[in-house]
Structures are given as C-alpha cells and as structure tokens.
Design a binder for this molecule. Structure first.
Ligand code: AP5
Ligand code: MG
Length: 195
C-alpha cells in the first residue's frame, strides 16, 4: 500500500491534481472537504452543523473528520493506497492518521506540499466562486479567513512529517500539467526507493 498526503493552502490545486494523480497511480482519493460537502448536500445532521463552520471559513471539529476518514479507510480494504487531500489539517488529525495507518502497517510515504502565493490563491478562489456555487468561495473575507486558519493551524502539520523526512515542496504555480509532472517525478522517485 502506498499512501500520500497532498498538502497546501486553500486554492493551491489539491483537488485538481488529486484527480490526475489518483487516475495515474490507482489510488483512492480521500478529500474531507468533498466528504463534508456531500453530507451538506444530503442535508444530514453532520452536514448541517459542518455548513455553519465552513461558511465562515472555520475548521470542522477534529473528531468529525477523523471519524469520516476512519470509516473511509475501513470501507476500502483492498485498494492500492490512499491520496489524502485536505486532511490532516491539525496536529491532532495527523496523530490520529498515523495511528490508523499503523494498524494497516502502511505509513505515509510522502507529503507533497504545493507552494502558491497568497495573492494567487485569492485570485483563483474568487474566480471559481463566480461559478462553483461554493459559499466559501464567493466572499473575500471568508477566503482570507480560510487562509488564516491554514497558516495558524494547518501549516504546522508539515513539521510533523518533516521530522521523518517525508515533506517534499513542489511549486504550485504554472500550468496544471507542469505541476502534475513535478508531482509525478517526486512520486516516482519515492516508489523506486521503496522497491
Ligand atoms: P476543502 O474542500 O479541503 O477546501 P480547501 O482546502 O480550502 O481548498 P480548495 O478545495 O478550495 O482548494 P484546492 O487546494 O483543492 O484547489 P483546487 O484544485 O480546487 O475544505 C473546505 C472546508 O471544509 C474547510 O474550510 C473546512 O471548513 C472544512 N474541512 C475540510 N477538511 C477539513 C479537515 N480535515 N478538518 C477540518 N475542517 C475541514 O483549485 C482551486 C481553483 O484553482 C480551481 O478553480 C482550479 O481550477 C484552479 N486551479 C487549480 N490549479 C491551477 C493552476 N495551476 N493554475 C491556475 N488555476 C488553477
Ligand atoms: Mg479541494
């Protein structure tokens, strides 16, 4: 099993690149943002509570997202590996993920971190907000709050994996294909090292 984290601030291209990477490497895409939006769409109690926080650009409680990830891991026992997108977002989530993967004897192989300037992030998200229907994209203040939450709570999660030499910074500006090639290069070298 080969498990990866695609890391980066809101709008850095995690979802865009995840789609291409999961197709190429036959990994299961686990995006906590997508899982939460599906709960919102289905109007579940969890979705209704999460929406209030997401609309403000705040994080959903750790136990909620850890529970979702734990269920998703158990529901996909036979896949070749997982690509985590938007998770872990706090130190508590990273510790919980390590424990869940320890049980499967399949630790994180690498954290690929997309590096994009704040100016570019805001520009991308406002543009998507014109058409996406995502309520957290169409307001400059909410976008800034998402980035602020990332800087304060999520960016430090990289330190957790840095100590184990697992963090790889990748330039997240340029064309989608250029960034995809850079990510593949890093993944291929990790797969080779492992083999
Ligand atoms: P989540 O859904 O994870 O959103 P996010 O991390 O804020 O970021 P996005 O999904 O908006 O961006 P992305 O990096 O995926 O970029 P994308 O490829 O879409 O989380 C949403 C909310 O859910 C959180 O705020 C929180 O409330 C909650 N949540 C989720 N997970 C949680 C967790 N673990 N713990 C607690 N709460 C959690 O690209 C963005 C745009 O840029 C697109 O329009 C795309 O077309 C464009 N684009 C992509 N690449 C390029 C490029 N190279 N050049 C130009 N444009 C590009
Ligand atoms: Mg996303």
């Amino acid at each position: 099993m080969f498990n990866l984290i695609l890391f980066g601030p809101p709008g850095s291209g995690k979802g865009t690149q995840s789609e291409k990477l999961t197709a190429k490497y036959n990994l299961k895409h686990l995006s906590t943002g997508d899982l939460l939006r599906s709960e919102i769409q289905n109007k579940t109690p969890l979705g209704n509570e999460a929406k209030k926080l997401m609309d403000k650009g705040h994080l959903v409680p750790d136990e909620v997202v850890i529970g979702m990830i734990s269920t998703a891991l158990d529901s996909n026992p036979k896949c070749d590996g997982f690509l985590f997108d938007g998770f872990p977002r706090t130190s508590a989530q990273a510790e919980a993920l390590d424990k869940l993967l320890d049980l499967k004897k399949a630790p994180i192989a690498a954290m690929l971190a997309l590096d994009v300037s704040e100016e570019e992030l805001v520009k991308r998200l406002l543009k998507r907000g014109e058409t996406s229907g995502r309520s957290d994209d169409n307001n400059d203040m909410v976008i800034r709050e998402r980035i602020e939450q990332y800087n304060r709570k999520t960016a430090p999660v990289a330190d957790h994996y840095k100590e184990a030499g697992k963090v790889v910074m990748v330039k997240g500006e340029g064309s989608v294909d250029e960034i995809f090639s850079a990510l593949c290069k890093e993944i291929n070298s990790r797969i080779k090292t492992k083999a």
